[in-house]
Ligand binder design. Structure first.
Ligand SMILES: Nc1nc2c(c(=O)[nH]1)N[C@H]1C(S)=C(S)[C@@H](COP(=O)(O)O)O[C@H]1N2
Ligand SMILES: [Mo]
Length: 410
């Protein structure tokens, strides 16, 4: 709730408005609420404690919470504005002092177990800003509806993560020559509460696992990880579907084959190798589907909010972020004429590899009326965002269509 309060602990004006929207009515006497007081209807919502009142709840069993795009305006996403995606149930009893990480698998030389204290003491600590975007971000844009959470475009964040490099730990345990993949195991419970089942257990090829930016992190934006984001230890792998960034990590297996954990099967986090028509029955095998790796080029308009109104002759300042999986952004453009012409934006370089980049533009409109501003990013390989929703796919993944906002002039 931090963001909702001002320095003196009073609800901020903007937050009161947001609360009223969430409630569907205004809070009479909002100005008399005691310092730091959290209205009951928010307090009852345990999972949302520490989250902004404007977050969109996609579901509560398990908890899936999305950030409206305009809340993602910060360069480094604050915790209260980060989306939450849980496939299972948050582990019930977490004791960081007895938490351990085990490195095992067919392709590890020595199975080793580390306490959190060992990790902090024995390995060098690194901090990176990393984009974690759900593979299904934007799914609601697909017609007909693809199954899964109907995310808008807010299942993405770029926060600052602190921890140790996975490659340093793997070097300590030793990896055999036949290692091809890592697979993570977290302590969250399967929705059935069957302890033999895992909610999710995914992984990446060795090359991605061994990148400098692949961390086992215990800090998010300079503080202990919040429970919902994987306290006390999580894997963070920027640029790939965020499902590979395992939360509540207790074990990492070095595999001599592609990891075969939960949500590595069927068409989970996979794209068809050639287009599949809605309703078409395609075998869910490697012959037809491939695992999603680097995420596609994409951008957000985080300011202003869609529906902005400005005076004729006024200049509109726009801004947002752009990212492109393992790649960087080379060019950012906006259009006010439905993509007929484009204007190049100012583009910042990323804080580090795999962090998103900030863009900004100033626009003037030729006359009064309704406009749409479209934003398009191009990556360093020359791949640009499509102006319309890309090819439909059974999992509803990778919708990187241009973002658009409505603007009324005059
Ligand atoms: N153990 C575990 N790790 C997990 C998940 C999960 O359900 N359990 N969800 C994954 C998915 S699908 C996403 S998109 C990200 C979301 O990270 P966040 O909740 O910190 O935003 O976590 C990933 N790691
Ligand atoms: Mo996800």
């Amino acid at each position: 709730m931090n963001s909702a309060f001002n320095r003196r602990g009073f609800l901020k004006q903007g937050s009161i408005a947001a609360l009223a929207t969430a409630l569907g009515t205004n809070i009479v006497f909002a100005d008399r609420m005691p310092e730091g007081y959290v209205p009951l209807f928010l307090d009852e919502n345990d999972a949302l404690k520490g989250k902004s009142p404007e977050m969109i709840v996609q579901g509560d069993k398990p908890w899936n919470v999305e950030s409206p795009v305009h809340l993602l305006d910060d360069k480094v996403t604050p915790v209260e504005k980060m989306f939450i995606r849980n496939n299972g149930l948050v582990p019930e009893k977490i004791d960081a002092s007895s938490w351990t990480l085990t490195i095992d698998g067919e392709s590890v030389k020595t199975t080793k177990t580390y306490t959190l204290a060992d990790l902090k003491k024995r390995f060098k600590t690194h901090t990176y800003q990393l984009v974690l975007e759900c593979g299904g971000n934007g799914r609601s844009g697909f017609q007909p509806q693809a199954s899964g959470n109907q995310w808008g475009q807010g299942a993405v964040h770029c926060a600052e993560w602190t921890g140790v490099r996975l490659k340093d730990i793997l070097a300590d345990a030793g990896i055999k020559d036949d290692a091809v993949y890592i697979g993570y195991h977290g302590k969250d419970l399967h929705l059935s509460k069957d302890p033999k089942k895992e909610a999710i257990s995914r992984g990446v090829p060795m090359a991605k696992a061994l990148e400098d930016e692949t961390l086992l992190a215990w800090q998010l934006n300079g503080k202990d990880l919040p429970e919902f984001h994987g306290y006390p230890l999580r894997l963070v792998i920027g640029g790939w579907p965020a499902s590979v960034s395992g939360k509540w990590i207790s074990r990492i297996s070095v595999r001599n084959k592609v990891h075969d954990g939960a949500k590595m099967e069927g068409h989970s986090y996979k794209m068809p190798k050639s287009p599949v028509a809605p309703g078409e029955d395609v075998p869910q095998t490697d012959e037809y589907f491939k695992i999603i790796e680097s995420m596609p080029v994409k951008s957000l308009i985080t300011y202003p909010k869609s529906g902005a109104m400005i005076a004729t002759d006024a200049e509109l300042s726009l801004r947002g972020h752009a990212w492109a999986g393992d790649h960087s952004i080379k060019k950012m453009e906006v259009s006010i004429d439905f993509g007929a012409t484009w204007k190049e934006c100012k583009l910042e370089s990323p804080a580090n590899r795999l962090a998103w980049q900030q863009w900004s533009a100033k626009l003037k409109f030729p006359s009064k009326g309704y406009y749409e501003v479209w934003a398009k990013a191009t990556d360093d390989k020359g791949n640009a965002q499509p102006m319309v929703t890309p090819t439909w796919n059974p999992g509803g993944y990778l919708n990187n269509a241009c973002e658009r906002i409505a603007v009324k002039v005059g």
